[in-house]
Design a protein around this ligand. Structure first.
Ligand SMILES: [Ca+2]
Length: 328
């Protein structure tokens, strides 16, 4: 299969920026690098080089080519060859963004207990269009309704909010100028102005309006309330509900800054919260990671690349840095 002398060195050359490898060559590289797994030796670096520098569609092409050549499933081969955090990243990259999000949601409600943090991270930050795709893919993958699974695993107002978000309709950018003032006042009346909170009212406004509309509502809100929307949420609700509303509002205001802050949080102490770091890097690398890098640099006084380099190590670090793409 490999002509003699087609060395690892040649693979590295193929990967150099001036030469764009064909999918056959890339497939050969992946094949070569996982082939020796039976002998307890895997060329992780080549796997990282090939799979983190391509788009999802290119990775799929490489997998098809691999399967034709090796006559076995590439994902199973990767599972056999890799382990730990690197395996999680690489297997995540072999899914489309919607498949990845759907699988993360499934994993967070599977079994006893619920990973509320992951549910909030995904359901409160994805756009209507993304959520519609996630819902479709979830049904295809797991033969179940996302809304039902999420509602079945959570309770109270938190469940109602997630359900409303999971069911969100067609994406829209409509700003209803007649409703801006009405919505701002309703949010104020339902929260800061009264005793307790009318959570139902908050949920309906925040899940049924477009993002540009809500941005104007939150601006207008300040003319009624002594606290801005985020401060009001902190005063009115607690726990998962508080985190969910805050995530929503932060994403409505600046989604890439929200992700940058989550990344900073995940790496503020020694080591890193790998789950969050992996999820954001893998799920946003083809969506808006460049913009997230810019926000990170602007708000945290250091590049995302440098921060990842300081808080991770080994093959996991090499994979994340390669996905990050560059230093800012
Ligand atoms: Ca209140």
């Amino acid at each position: 299969m490999f002509s003699s002398g087609f060395s690892k060195c040649a693979f590295k050359l193929i990967l150099s920026k001036t030469y764009c490898a064909t999918k056959e060559e890339e497939c050969a590289m992946v094949h070569f690098s996982v082939e020796d797994s039976a002998k307890d030796w895997v060329d992780e670096q080549t796997i990282i080089d090939v799979l983190t520098k391509r788009t999802y569609n290119q990775r799929r092409e490489i997998a098809f080519a691999y399967e034709r050549r090796a006559k076995k499933d590439m994902i199973s081969a990767l599972k056999g060859a890799l382990s730990g955090s690197l395996e999680t990243v690489i297997l995540g990259l072999m899914k489309s963004t919607a498949q990845y999000d759907a699988s993360e949601i499934k994993a967070s409600i599977k079994g006893l207990g619920t990973d509320e943090e992951s549910l909030i991270d995904i359901l409160c930050s994805r756009s209507n269009a993304e959520l519609m795709e996630i819902r479709k893919v979830y049904k295809e993958l797991f033969k179940k309704d996302l809304e039902k699974d999420v509602a079945g695993d959570t309770s109270g107002d938190f469940a109602k909010l997630l359900l409303a978000l999971a069911k969100r309709a067609e994406p829209s950018s409509v700003i209803d100028y007649q409703k801006i003032d009405e919505d701002a006042r309703a949010l104020y009346d339902a929260g800061v102005k009264r005793k307790g909170t009318d959570v139902k009212c908050w949920i309906s406004i925040m899940s049924e309006r477009s993002v540009p509309h809500l941005q104007k509502v939150f601006e207008r809100y300040k003319s009624y309330s002594p606290y801005d929307m985020q401060e009001s949420i902190r005063k009115e609700v607690k726990g998962d509900l508080e985190k969910s509303f805050l995530t929503l509002v932060q994403c409505f205001e600046n989604k890439q800054l929200y992700f940058a802050n989550r990344l900073q949080d995940a790496m503020k102490s020694k080591g890193a919260k790998e789950k969050v770091l992996t999820r954001i890097t893998v799920s946003r690398c083809e969506v808006d990671l460049k913009k997230i890098r810019q926000e990170f640099r602007a708000h945290h006084g250091k590049s995302l690349y440098q921060t990842i380099a300081e808080h991770t190590k080994g093959d996991y670090q090499r994979a994340l840095l390669s996905l990050c793409g560059g230093d800012d």
